[in-house]
Design a protein around this ligand. Structure first.
Ligand SMILES: *Cc1c(COP(=O)(O)O)cnc(C)c1O
Length: 608
């Protein structure tokens, strides 16, 4: 699996004259976007976690870009004017830790280029295309194994051209090191070495370097004004058409999970088969656990444990694993999911009590405090965000009340995690459960429990109430072996990895802002239409809204649902005792303009 990319972007771009007077080539604009930024988005969409950019000329442009993309790290080649692209690659190589994709900064390309290289079974692959007739070709000649024989701008130097060099390659860590040692031995005689020369040099030193040719690849390197014009008029429209053909039909899910996902998360499931017992896969699961942990706290203090299953499984893991035999659990029930926690405790015949509270009004914290003082509770279980109604429970306050009394907290954050910023230490949460298919915006099938390490360690030696769902047993086994005790859903985990990359890019704070923007649009139209919400605005989560069904005899949920569905919106009924509501969730990869479209649909439906 390739996780790192290097972009060499130090060059002066002098052939572009005035266009690069104030900026590096990568910042030429095409259709309102920077060349290099288009490339960075594609890399992120293809599962690249870390992008190292070698800068030189006008490096401040890259530094500014790095602020917008947490995955970017810049390294400056101070001697950029005196070296070629290899000098910049040498500076970057010091930061590289694994196999890489290597790219030039002045390229536009169809993302199928990345897919092809990432899926090629050779470790070292140089991407080639059919004839471009661009007037600036770099030719590649190959031997009988389709390995690189020569690379040159001069056709006579390569003899017979097999393909044209695109400027995107996949290289093993070892080959990159070989290129660097080749370059180091030629610093004197070839100070301005291009990386292509080092590629051929590494090949001569015994590295195997294959060429993968994609005949009709849409791509263009931009070195002068005529290239820019060609890119704008011919190449970019082709790329856009190709990429739009590969888009998955858009469905906007306004149900409370599974949530709408990006195409890149969907496509992440299409990956090479792998035995999950391979070290590589174990390392990926380790990465997933660590990155999930970093969203909620420090790795030294918290740990994330993965399970195969939906959110309910994670709830059952917590309730059945976190309360010792002699413990006593208080469960707050103010909605379906609180009730579910109580149901789980009853199935395991645990020592528990239920604290009932209104399903649509805020919990009375004074009364809860009294309850906590009365019983000798060791643990408290509650739901952060009651997805049934959209009621947000004041978990940080409840957590504080519990910790002040030495009570361990077990929180269902299935529909809150990755939307509402949570800091487990600050919010006094010891264990919390969530799932891959809600606000983290992955596919259904994986769930996880975040654990306060100290509390997790206390579970050692506790009799197990079940096997598959035992938290400590899974934690301990995974820590030792990097394996789960069961077959993990490989493709779903790949999708989760992609969803994490995208969450890191967006940040949880910005995601909550986006969700809130969508919610505001919804609330505005609800009020405009004179509809009523079940929960007071200030007590809502901004993630899901329960709206009372109109008493008008002409309204039918089925009709409303079916008409919405025709416009690719999926909505959800919600019954709460004898109160009929319909529910609109605004979690997932939903943009405000789509919520506007839904708002317009509601206007038309309810006015009629
Ligand atoms: C969705 C949800 C669950 C259950 O998750 P499943 O994936 O359907 O098992 C549990 N708790 C809350 C708060 C939820 O929103």
């Amino acid at each position: 699996m390739i996780r790192e990319a290097v972009i060499v972007g130090a060059g002066l771009g002098s052939r572009l004259k005035d266009m690069t007077k104030d900026r590096p080539k990568g910042f030429l604009e095409l259709d309102g976007s920077y060349l290099v930024e288009m490339s960075i988005k594609k890399l992120l969409e293809h599962g690249i976690e870390r992008i190292i950019i070698g800068t030189g000329y006008c490096s401040e442009w890259y530094e500014k870009l790095a602020k917008k993309y947490p995955a970017i790290e810049t390294v400056h080649n101070a001697n950029y004017a005196g070296t070629g692209s290899m000098g910049t690659l040498e500076v970057c190589a010091a930061k590289v830790t694994s196999d890489i994709l290597l790219l030039e900064s002045d390229l536009i390309y169809d993302s199928v280029a990345l897919f092809t290289l990432l899926n090629d079974h050779h470790r070292n692959v140089v991407l080639g295309s059919g004839a471009t007739n661009s007037g600036d070709e770099v030719y590649i000649a190959v031997d009988e194994n389709i390995e690189v024989a020569a690379i040159s701008k001069k056709l006579e130097m390569v003899g017979k051209s097999y393909a044209e060099l695109v400027g995107i390659s996949k290289l093993s860590y070892k080959t990159l090191q070989a290129m660097c040692s080749f370059a180091a031995s030629h610093h004197q005689d070839m100070p301005k070495m291009e990386y292509e020369t080092a590629l051929v040099g590494a090949q001569k030193m015994g590295e195997h370097l294959f060429v993968r040719k994609v005949n009709y690849l849409a791509w263009r390197e931009i070195d002068d004004a005529s290239h820019l014009e060609m890119a704008t008029k011919e190449i970019l429209p082709r790329i856009q058409e190709n990429e739009s053909i590969r888009q998955v039909r858009r469905e906007v899910l306004l149900n409370p999970g599974p949530a709408t996902t990006t195409d890149s998360v969907k496509y992440a499931q299409v990956c090479a088969d792998i035995c999950p017992r391979e070290e590589e896969f174990g390392q990926m699961m380790r990465w997933i656990c660590d990155e999930l942990t970093l969203f909620i706290g420090k790795k030294e203090d918290y740990e994330t444990v993965l399970f195969a299953g939906s959110g309910t499984l994670a709830d059952e893991v917590m309730v059945s694993s976190c309360v010792p035999q002699d413990g006593k659990l208080l469960i707050i029930n103010n909605g379906s999911y609180g009730q579910r926690l109580a149901k789980i405790a009853s199935v395991y015949k645990m020592d528990y009590e239920v604290y009932e509270s209104s399903t649509y009004e805020a919990i009375d914290l004074d009364a809860l405090g009294k309850k906590l003082d009365e019983g000798s509770y060791t643990h408290l279980a509650a739901v952060y965000h009651e997805t049934t109604t959209g009621l947000l429970n004041p978990i940080p306050q409840i957590g504080r009340m519990c910790h002040d009394r030495g009570i361990v907290t077990i929180i269902d954050t299935v529909s809150a995690f990755s939307a509402i910023p949570i800091d487990m230490e600050r919010d006094c949460i010891d264990f919390m459960a969530s799932t891959s298919n809600k606000c983290i915006q992955g596919m259904a099938g994986v769930c996880f429990v975040f654990c306060n390490r100290k509390e997790l360690e206390k579970l050692k030696g506790e009799p197990m109430r079940n096997y598959y769902m035992n938290l400590y047993d899974q934690y301990q086994y995974f820590s030792k072996t990097l394996q789960t005790r069961f077959t993990p859903p490989v493709q779903i985990l790949n999708a989760l990895r992609q969803a994490i990359i995208e969450t890191k890019q967006e940040t949880i704070e910005a995601r909550y802002t986006r969700y809130t923007a969508c919610w505001n649009i919804l609330v505005d139209v609800v009020k405009e239409l004179g509809l009523e919400m079940l929960v007071k605005e200030e007590e809502q989560s901004h993630l899901i809204t329960a709206i009372l069904e109109p008493q008008d005899g002409k309204y039918s949920f089925e009709e409303f649902h079916d008409l919405a569905r025709e416009q690719s919106f999926t909505i959800y009924p919600g019954k709460l005792g004898n109160i009929n509501t319909f529910r609109i969730a605004n979690i997932g990869d939903i943009q405000p303009h789509e919520m506007e479209q839904f708002a317009q649909f509601m206007r038309e439906y309810f006015r009629k």
